[in-house]
Ligand binder design. Structure first.
Ligand code: NAD
Length: 519
């Protein structure tokens, strides 16, 4: 009878699965310009983080579907690589116009699936849109090098040419910006791209695919598959995929870097972070407190460039009560609620994890002048909310310091001197972002010179470089050689072909030479 009940239970589970996958809206695949229902057996449920209501089901694409997507991208590449840079620019110019037109629509989808506030979600789209705009400079940026008369009657030119089919694997925290860091740069250089959005919020990518169709993007140039580990491993192993762009956590990123490289691919892997702010007592107090609160708690701390550690140097320690008061004013609610400053974190598990890390900090000896656990949010009793939290007196040995919390938690440390603060920052394994707050130019310059972090702000809390530069996280925050977007981004998506030509007037004297030609 226990066997019978087991079978019944299994059937019931299967029934529920089929039943609900028929009624819940599903996220489509995008292959060869078509939005398609997946034939997947496994579906991932996606919940609105503010209510935990089911929003959609995301398929774990089947092997066949993933293979079709690569075939389609391969075919699209064959004609796309022959197009002129001007016609590729035309596509991006049209795309930027419709993304701009639909910013609010895309932002609303981000707020629904990811939870961040509407204005923050618009920023998410906008930072991606800037990459689309900048890709239109490819006519200049894609130029190779040339030298005439490198030997008698001999000239050399080099071209930056596409790689073929490329792939992008995205995290949940910037559902529009990160795919837009990837495919516009890949396409403008003549590649096609397969995207695997985060299974936690693929909606923004799908809306952008609708826009690509609207502006006449050739079918197959960008395809979208969904899934998690299996889809990722498929991408790492598929021999037709030449390069992988990854943004996300250490665990996934190290795996993808290793497996992709083992398969002979180019990989750029943006990983986790722990970004330190150094506050000097000569800083502009009001501005610094505002900037710290915004950069620590905005997006509920779910930014890879969030300032999650503040090192108060000397007397700056005395500003903590004001910082606590400022953070207390931030309004926590569903992202679409007017006046909301921060929304929920992505999932119940994420909330639990953040709360556990806060707990561990307190247990280890930190004080908690502002505790966002168990926050009650009007109208949203089921959301994954954590309020702004401040832990002070944190030591580098604490779990809450060593782990990337990825929630609205600011851990505060103390240092006697700027050099002590620099030492703490440089001893952390991550090197994504950092900022100093000061009104003293020579302190600022010393900091810039000594700090071993890839993206540095001077009185700028979140120094994410604009698209004419590149996103240059370093040390533990990046694996690879070439960074995202900017000149490095185009170099990542291109290979160089160098042509040496000899054109001599009249009769060329031929004699076979067996030694290495030195021109
Ligand atoms: P994640 O690593 O969990 O997911 C990213 C992608 O990897 C997803 O598409 C997911 O399906 C896939 N994935 C997850 N686990 C995997 C596994 N074990 N094997 C193979 N694939 C796997 O990251 P996330 O939680 O979506 O994003 C948050 C993380 O991303 C944070 O650590 C944050 O710092 C980082 N991040 C970094 C940057 C940057 O530029 N450095 C930018 C944004 C986010």
């Amino acid at each position: 009878s226990s066997m019978l009940s087991l079978i019944r239970k299994t059937n019931l589970n299967a029934f529920c699965k089929n039943y609900s996958s028929n009624v819940a809206p599903t996220t489509k695949l995008f292959i060869d310009g078509q939005f398609r229902d997946s034939k997947a057996n496994d579906w991932i449920e996606l919940y609105d983080p503010a209510t935990n209501n089911l929003v959609t089901k995301v398929p774990q694409a089947t092997q066949n579907e993933m293979e079709e997507a690569v075939e389609s991208a391969k075919k699209a590449y064959q004609s796309w690589r022959q197009t002129s840079v001007l016609s590729r620019q035309q596509l991006m110019l049209k795309l930027q116009a419709v993304i701009r037109r639909d910013i609010k629509k895309i932002a609303a989808n981000i707020t629904l699936e990811q939870g961040k506030t509407l204005s923050d979600a618009e920023g998410d789209v906008m930072r991606g849109l800037q990459v689309v705009e900048h890709s239109c400079a490819a006519g200049t940026l894609l130029q190779g090098e040339s030298l005439s008369n490198i030997a008698k009657d001999m000239d050399v030119v080099s071209y930056k040419l596409p790689l073929g089919v490329t792939a992008g694997i995205c995290p949940f925290n910037f559902p529009a910006m990160i795919p837009l860091w990837m495919f516009p740069m890949a396409l403008i250089a003549g590649n096609s791209m397969l995207i695997k959005p985060s299974e936690k919020d693929p909606g923004a990518t799908m809306l952008i695919m609708e826009l690509l169709n609207e502006v006449g993007c050739p079918p197959g140039l960008v395809n979208v598959i969904h899934g998690s580990q299996d889809a990722v491993n498929f991408i790492c192993d598929n021999k037709d995929i030449k390069a992988i762009s990854f943004v996300g956590s250490d665990r996934a990123g190290k795996h993808i870097y290793q497996r992709g490289c083992d398969n002979g691919k180019r990989v750029q892997s943006n990983l986790g972070a722990k970004n330190h702010a150094i506050v000097l007592p000569d800083a502009n107090k009001e501005a610094t407190i505002d900037q710290l609160a915004g950069a620590a708690f905005g997006a509920a701390g779910q930014r890879c460039m969030a300032l999650s550690v503040a090192i108060m140097v000397g007397e700056a320690k005395n500003w903590i009560p004001d910082l606590v008061a400022r953070a207390r004013l931030l309004k926590v609610s569903a992202g679409h609620e007017p006046g909301a400053d921060l929304g929920p974190v992505i999932s119940k598990e994420a909330r639990k994890r953040v709360e556990t890390l806060i707990e561990s900090g307190i247990k280890a000896g930190a004080e908690c002048p502002l505790d966002g656990r168990n926050i009650k949010v009007d109208k949203y009793p089921n959301g994954n909310f954590v309020g702004p939290t401040i832990l002070t007196g944190v030591q580098s040995s604490y779990e809450c310091y060593k782990e990337e919390i990825f929630g609205p938690v600011l851990t505060i440390m103390y240092a006697d001197t700027l050099d002590d603060a620099i030492k703490i920052t440089n001893s952390n394994p991550y090197g994504n972002g950092t900022a100093i707050f000061t009104t003293n130019g020579s302190h600022a310059r010393h900091f810039v010179n000594e700090i071993d972090v890839g993206q540095v702000g001077v009185n700028v809390p979140i120094p994410v470089p604009l698209p004419m530069f590149s996103f240059t996280g370093s040390r533990g925050s990046f694996l690879g050689d070439l960074h995202f977007y900017g000149k490095q981004g185009l170099n990542f998506y291109t290979q160089t072909k160098t042509i040496t030509s000899l054109w001599r007037k009249g009769k060329v004297e031929v004699k076979s030479s067996v030694s290495m030609p030195v021109h």
